[in-house]
Design a protein around this ligand. Structure first.
Ligand code: NAP
Length: 277
């Protein structure tokens, strides 16, 4: 009689010690009393392909990939979902029994699901969305906002060519603003998103003027350390509906967990507490 295999998964990045994913997935494994382990793995870029080809042989059923491997993982994968292709990066890998690596990107799913759970009255069709930043996370956010029915994206990034590159990928529904005029985007926006790392603990504060923010506008920040950024606190003072970034992190983990361990986990207050432990 063959012994049943215990499924293994983990998160691959460098550095990786700060990642909240191990405590999150371990919390779900324990909550639902499922067999399995989820571990952090610090891997260099030059070793990534070898590691990804070896992990399935060790009993791994999949992995999350994070900075700096999200783009390289997509190149290595054998099969890629449409949304990962559009975003140009992977964050969730499934190791199939036939040996093929299947790459997906669940950041956009996590972003939108967080908005829908935290602000159920949010209407994506209500007007343009203003997006600060044009890095990897911005691609996922823009893809999911357009998919949800946002009519137009107003986009501003310190390095303008990065914003222009997004416009050439996403087309006329993106309108680019100079970084010094980023605050002007807010006057017409029904939704405002900070996808830059500004405002994160230990980083430069976000100094874009917020006078244009209108009461009732939905404002969200991808930065989740601190949980409520100064940007969100100021938006709240101006009567905006605010949504913190931690929920995106929790929701983006759901599809991977379900594929690897066979059960769709809930994102609830216990999940939040586990991620913050
Ligand atoms: P990234 O690709 O490195 O992009 C960083 C972005 O921040 C770029 O737009 C960059 O502008 C901007 N930026 C950095 N320093 C700046 C400064 N001093 N002044 C103006 N702009 C500056 O990183 P990413 O992967 O997109 O991640 C961005 C943030 O989102 C990070 O804080 C990350 O932790 C967070 N995030 C959160 C979640 C979640 O689940 N909540 C998921 C993904 C990412 P330039 O192009 O001009 O450099």
């Amino acid at each position: 009689m063959s012994e049943e295999k215990i499924p293994l998964a983990g998160v691959i990045g460098s550095p990786i010690a700060h990642s909240k994913s191990p405590q999150l997935h371990t919390h779900w494994l324990r909550t639902y009393d499922l067999p399995g382990h989820y571990i952090p793995m610090d891997v260099n870029t030059e070793d990534l392909e070898h590691v990804l080809r070896t992990l399935p042989k060790l009993g791994f059923v999949g992995a999350n990939v994070t900075i700096p491997h999200k783009e390289r993982a997509l190149e290595i994968a054998d099969l890629i979902t449409d949304r990962a292709t559009l975003i140009g990066a992977a964050n969730t890998l499934i190791f199939r029994p036939d040996g093929k690596i299947h790459a997906d990107n669940t950041d956009g799913y996590g972003f939108i699901t967080n908005l829908k759970q935290s602000a159920p009255d949010w209407d994506p069709k209500a007007g343009p969305a203003a997006v600060l930043g044009a890095g990897g996370a911005a691609r996922a956010v823009i893809t999911s906002l357009l998919d949800a029915g946002v009519p137009e994206i107003l986009l501003s990034n310190r390095t303008k060519v990065r914003a222009e590159a997004l416009r050439s990928d996403f087309g006329k529904r993106l309108v680019i603003y100079d970084w010094v005029q980023a605050g002007n985007m807010f006057e017409d926006a029904a939704t405002v998103v900070n996808t830059t790392s500004l405002g994160m603990i230990g980083k430069t504060p976000l100094r874009v003027p917020l006078d244009g923010l209108r009461k009732g506008t939905l404002v969200t920040d991808l930065v989740y350390a601190p949980l409520k950024t100064n940007f969100l606190a100021e938006a709240e003072n101006r009567g905006c509906v605010i949504v913190a970034g931690l929920g995106m992190l929790l929701h983006q983990a759901v599809p991977g967990f379900e594929r690897w361990f066979g059960l769709r986990p809930d994102v609830d207050s216990a999940t939040r507490a586990a991620a913050l432990r």
